[in-house]
Design a protein around this ligand. Structure first.
Ligand code: K7E
Ligand code: CUA
Length: 667
């Protein structure tokens, strides 16, 4: 989220907030935070040594995930997800373009906010990372073996997929809640905006995840009042069959939300019994609705993605499904909702609230059993606030956003306005410690923080404002993370490190769970790409009408073929480049002069295709863009493009001139 602290101060906050906000700004002017003396030793990972944790960080507006080491803060790679990526041709190569297809066509750039790492029995299993596309609603699944996006599924009846992707204990479901309520896709969508209250609906979708393959499918969708869903967390342990969603704009405002959606003093956390919803869906309580959404899958064997458009979704209406959905009042525009490792406590962080409410799952169950309601909201029972409340953390700070846990009974909440992290005791609700962040923290993350078994030890703050923390780079500054040691009673700042994009949520996982499964090469004998050349002897060039298909191999340090003639103006050339290396860390690159599309980077054993439409006649050099060997600079070749009506025959060769030089000279 992007909150401007001035907006918040001017329009929505009380005098107390105003005073507090100004005070905290003042104390931070030119602030220098003290890192403890032994901080350097604690983040030092000696050359050649590995970090303790992989940290998978959302890229925010760059639409990608990035991978860092903790505690060093070193960045290892950007994993392209929802945006084209010039570093490796993601979304540019013919094989990966379908991954960015949607019901709106090709979408080359999105906004990724949240990471969810797969769990089994509530604990990290090191298999997949899920991410959300916020703008054109989608969920992606990234393999933690290849660090590649393997699947992307679009979410119909949704807009601004912010409440996503959050997972159940055994990764049975990934959820996606819509931020913007909108008219449903299968109804009349061309309505006046000011008919919001009548025509706009909210939805949350439950996307099933196959246990073995990870394949996603939208199992069912709940049709809900036209409010904004913000964030979510599944229950754990006793509450494992439940899901909790924070909602704002219960006022159902459609304009100037900063004022109009802040009118009531309580919004909601919505509790969904997903087991019950699943049973309703299975027993035919749902209705099939006509929609249109894309489901894109990357096949690891042929290295090619396919995009399928699906036309139907199963919807469940709470009216037909009793005891499935409840609302819990929550002070002022809750942002994060987080469940503690035991699953008993649900923490709501009202951005504009002066306290942090902590709900008790046991009390929620009692309130439901005794129908302890405070009326209903659009037909959905509202549970009495006092009946479900474990208690409130008093005077925690200003602008609470997100809470994580260390597994030792403590919660850590980020405060955007007062720019700090506050540690508090979940049971006693006592504030134990606070540290400033530089500046204006959004999410925070503790390794395993959202799981039933946090790994603890470290905490990372993802800050929204960087200001004076690093060497300036003009108007646009790097984003900033801060690493804290939380192993003792007091939180200790260890390190600032820059990040790419604008990180929102991140999740760190012990390296031991991921490292051992990391794929080194794709086996060439398993390559099923239809245009793969699995050895130099299979390399060839074929014409199909005005398409020229070049089945090319790359190996240290030449392409086969490296001389190609007979391409004519008006042809479309497909360079299908197979990297036949079977060695770890030996990619080859491919570039051709005048390519309007991109370059590509091909992993060992993989085939990738660059499409090229030459715009003029002449000689066009090709070369490898990845410094692969001492003779990398020799890894080059030429393509000759002749006029449309020329009779130059299709020829290709490597190491021998074809056609023979004397024949060619006469042409
Ligand atoms: Cu708080 Cu989009 Cu998770 Cu950002 S959201 S901070
Ligand atoms: Cu291959 Cu450089």
């Amino acid at each position: 989220m992007k909150l401007s602290s001035t907006n918040l101060l001017l329009t929505a906050a009380s005098a107390a907030v105003l005073a507090g906000g100004l005070q905290s700004c003042k104390s931070k002017a030119g602030g220098v935070s003290a890192a403890s003396n032994d901080a350097a030793a604690k983040v030092y990972v000696a050359p050649g040594k590995h970090d303790e944790f992989y940290n998978i960080v959302s890229g925010g507006f760059n639409g990608q995930m990035s991978v860092y080491g903790i505690p060093s803060g070193r960045m290892f790679r950007i994993v392209p997800v929802f945006s084209q990526h010039p570093e490796n041709g993601w979304g540019f190569s013919e094989e990966t373009k379908p991954m960015l297809n949607t019901s709106h066509g090709f979408v080359p750039w999105d906004d990724l906010h949240h990471i969810a790492l797969s769990t089994t029995k509530g604990e990290h299993d090191g298999r997949w990372a899920f991410g959300n596309a916020n703008n054109t609603p989608r969920i992606a699944r990234v393999s933690l073996s290849t660090f590649k996006t393997e699947e992307i599924i679009e979410i119909p009846n949704s807009a601004g997929n912010h409440s996503s992707p959050f997972i159940t204990e055994n990764t049975e479901y990934v959820v996606a809640g819509t931020r913007f309520s909108v008219p449903l896709d299968n109804g009349n969508t061309d309505v006046p905006i000011n008919t919001y209250k009548d025509n706009f609906k909210g939805t949350v979708s439950f996307i099933g995840v196959d246990k073995t393959t990870g394949r996603m499918n939208i199992d069912f969708q709940l049709l809900l009042p036209g409010i904004n869903f913000d964030l979510a967390r599944a229950g754990k342990g006793a509450s494992k069959d439940w899901f909790f969603f924070s909602c704002y704009n219960s006022e159902k405002a459609n304009t100037l939300l900063e004022v109009n959606a802040s009118a009531k003093d309580k919004d909601f956390i919505m509790a969904v019994n997903w087991k019950k919803a699943q049973a309703y869906a299975r027993s035919g309580k749902g209705k099939k609705a006509a929609v249109k959404y894309a489901h894109n899958v990357l096949d690891e064997k042929n290295h090619t993605a396919t995009s399928t458009i699906i036309n139907e979704v199963l919807t469940l209406d709470p009216k037909d499904c009793p005891d499935m959905v409840y609302m819990m009042p929550c002070p002022k525009s809750p942002h994060g909702t987080d469940t503690d490792p035991s699953g008993e406590y649900i923490i709501g962080s009202g951005k504009l609230a002066a306290t942090i409410p902590v709900f008790s799952f046991a009390k929620i169950q009692q309130a439901i059993a005794s129908k302890n309601y405070d009326g209903n909201y659009d037909g959905i029972p509202v549970l009495k606030y006092d009946a479900v409340l474990h208690g409130e953390v008093q005077k925690p700070g200003l602008g609470p956003l997100h809470t994580e846990f260390d597994g030792k009974g403590n919660a850590y909440t980020s405060f955007f306005v007062s720019s700090e992290i506050v540690k508090w005791d979940i049971k006693s609700l006592k504030v134990l410690d606070r540290v400033p962040t530089y500046y204006s923290i959004g999410h925070l993350s503790i390794p395993g923080g959202p799981t039933a078994k946090p790994h603890g030890k470290y905490m990372i703050a993802y800050n929204k404002i960087t200001k004076d923390r690093y060497l300036p780079t003009g108007p646009e500054l790097t984003q900033s993370a801060q690493l804290f040691d939380i192993s003792g009673d007091k939180m200790k700042l260890l390190l600032d490190f820059p990040t790419v994009g604008e990180p929102h949520y991140a999740e760190a996982i012990p390296a031991a769970l991921v490292e051992k499964n990391s794929k080194k090469i794709y086996k060439i004998e398993e390559n099923q790409h239809p245009y793969a050349a699995k050895g130099d002897n299979m390399a060839k060039v074929e014409r199909k009408g005005n398409e020229v298909h070049v089945m090319m191999t790359a190996v240290r340090s030449h392409f086969t073929p490296d001389n190609i003639e007979g391409v004519k103006l008006g042809d479309v050339v497909y360079f299908h480049v197979t990297n036949v290396e079977q060695d770890w860390d030996v990619p080859h690159g491919f570039a051709v002069k005048g390519a309007n599309n991109a370059e590509i980077l091909i992993m060992p054993g993989e085939t990738q295709t660059l499409k090229w439409t030459p715009d003029r006649t002449g000689i066009f050099p090709i070369y490898c863009t990845d410094f692969c060997s001492a003779l990398h600079q020799e890894m080059q070749g030429y393509v000759r493009v002749s006029p449309a009506n020329s009779n130059v025959a299709l020829h290709f060769s490597t190491g021998t001139n074809k056609p023979a030089a004397d024949v060619a000279a006469k042409k």
